[in-house]
Unconditional design. Structure first.
Length: 135
């Protein structure tokens, strides 16, 4: 079985094939690090000496398997953006509060407003603003 990939993308399939032999080991390394305590993707990648993009498939698989989850905590990464802090966890994942959803919608609206006006951007803003007003 291949690591997570986009089946319709030849480059994604090629990348999945290239890491298939080491994927299980990488996934278990991520799990072991999180067993020692919660961490962000950037912290995990740094400790494993991996590019962040190389870490995502292993971490995502652990989430889908229900072995790790979003802790609900956030830390600022080196770029100054908030990052999810992952933890070992079985059962339901962290649920996002209504206030947090409202903040995310407002952030998405502001982000989209910085793009040149295009039909899709205007439509996305209208949809998000409608959702924000309903909450």
């Amino acid at each position: 079985m291949l690591p997570p990939h986009q089946k319709e993308s030849d480059t994604s399939v090629e990348a999945a094939l290239s890491i298939a032999k080491t994927f299980k080991t990488r996934k278990e390394q991520v799990f072991a690090l999180l067993s020692a305590g919660p961490k962000t993707d950037h912290e995990l990648a740094g400790e494993l000496n991996l590019l962040i993009t190389s870490l995502h498939a292993a971490r995502r698989t652990l989430v889908l398997e229900g072995r790790i989850r979003d802790s609900g905590a956030r830390k600022y990464n080196l770029s100054g953006r908030k990052a999810v802090v992952w933890e070992i966890g079985y059962g339901p994942t962290h649920t996002t509060s209504k206030a947090d959803l409202q903040m995310r919608i407002e952030g998405a609206i502001e982000f989209l407003k910085n793009f040149p006006k295009q039909g899709i951007t205007d439509t996305a803003i209208a949809i998000l603003e409608g959702g924000a007003n309903e909450r």
